[in-house]
Design a protein around this ligand. Structure first.
Ligand SMILES: NC(=O)c1ccc[n+]([C@@H]2O[C@H](COP(=O)([O-])OP(=O)(O)OC[C@H]3O[C@@H](n4cnc5c(N)ncnc54)[C@H](O)[C@@H]3O)[C@@H](O)[C@H]2O)c1
Length: 267
């Protein structure tokens, strides 16, 4: 039996990157996956790749910052797959500016995607996750994408760090609230180090800019030096952690944070 046989998962921001890789891995271990993203063509391409490998997937247009968009995405998912067992709040953005350089527009954009998006996703999925939990021996699961920047300070992007710190504690608080209410929904967060995705690339560009150069290779080397394992992370490294937290293998975990950072926060 596969780890996610019979489960339905919704992943926000899963057209590419960590979310895309997680959707593929989930489908390969038996889940039916719905991908919500603002990047329609890229999202539909990811769905085609999953289907070509024999998996079941659906693309739904989603802007995580609006309640109506979440409602439509949940309706489409439940209509197609008959329920929802797993929510992965993955969509996120990075700005990469210091406190003095970021504009209030930058801040409002970060809050809208990284925080409001997680709250709206949790609220929209909740009735469906509650209903599935009643039918399942181990209940339902939410996995939130935080970051090491939600555990320790970030010299590159303090505003991003503030949003990810919020995701870290929202995870613990919702785990407690849902536990108290007897919903049988586990909520955990994952905390990646630097992962080689489009966002990862963006961090090198911003790091170089902050020290007054265009040398992204040097910025990459400086970041690499912070990972004791001597390499940067891959989307697959994080997808494996997400599948674990979403699966019944983690059935006694809630309110926890899984750190997958090549040793960065061991310093
Ligand atoms: N890459 C890293 O180094 C790293 C490290 C720690 C945490 N994370 C977190 O992991 C998650 C995934 O990051 P990634 O590296 O795959 O980034 P990415 O930029 O490759 O992918 C993010 C996805 O989110 C989508 N998205 C952005 N705004 C959206 C919106 N309003 N509505 C719906 N979708 C939206 C994008 O279109 C994209 O497909 C993010 O929450 C990020 O903060 C990434």
């Amino acid at each position: 039996m596969n780890r996610l046989d019979g489960k339905v998962a919704f992943l926000s921001g899963a057209a590419r990157g960590i979310g895309g890789e997680s959707a593929k891995l989930m489908a390969s271990v038996g889940a039916k996956v719905a991908i919500g993203d603002v990047l329609e063509e890229r999202g539909r391409q990811t769905v085609r790749e999953i289907e070509a490998s024999g998996g079941q997937a659906l693309f739904v247009p989603l802007d995580v910052t609006t309640e109506a968009s979440w409602a439509a995405a949940m309706d489409a998912t439940v209509k197609k797959f008959g329920g929802l067992d797993i929510l992965v709040n993955n969509a996120g953005i990075f700005v990469g500016k210091g406190v003095e350089d970021a504009s209030m527009d930058d801040w409002h954009r970060l809050v809208a995607v990284n925080l409001t998006g997680v709250v709206l996703g949790t609220r929209a999925a909740l009735p469906h996750l509650k209903a599935s939990a009643q039918q399942s021996p181990h209940g339902s699961a939410i996995v939130n994408l935080a970051s090491i920047a939600g555990l320790v300070g970030s010299q590159l992007d303090p505003l991003y760090s503030l949003t990810k710190g919020g995701v870290t504690l929202f995870t613990k608080s919702t785990a407690l609230e849902f536990g108290r209410k007897g919903y049988r929904i586990r909520v955990n967060s994952i905390h990646p180090g630097l992962i080689e995705t489009d966002m990862g690339q963006q961090t090198f560009v911003m790091r170089a800019k902050q020290v007054g150069t265009n040398d992204t290779e040097k910025a990459r080397e400086a970041t690499l030096a912070l990972h004791p394992l001597g390499r940067l992370g891959t989307a697959s490294d994080i997808a494996k952690g997400i599948v674990f937290l979403a699966s019944d293998d983690a059935s006694f975990m809630t309110g926890a944070g899984l750190v997958v950072d090549g040793g960065w926060t061991a310093h």
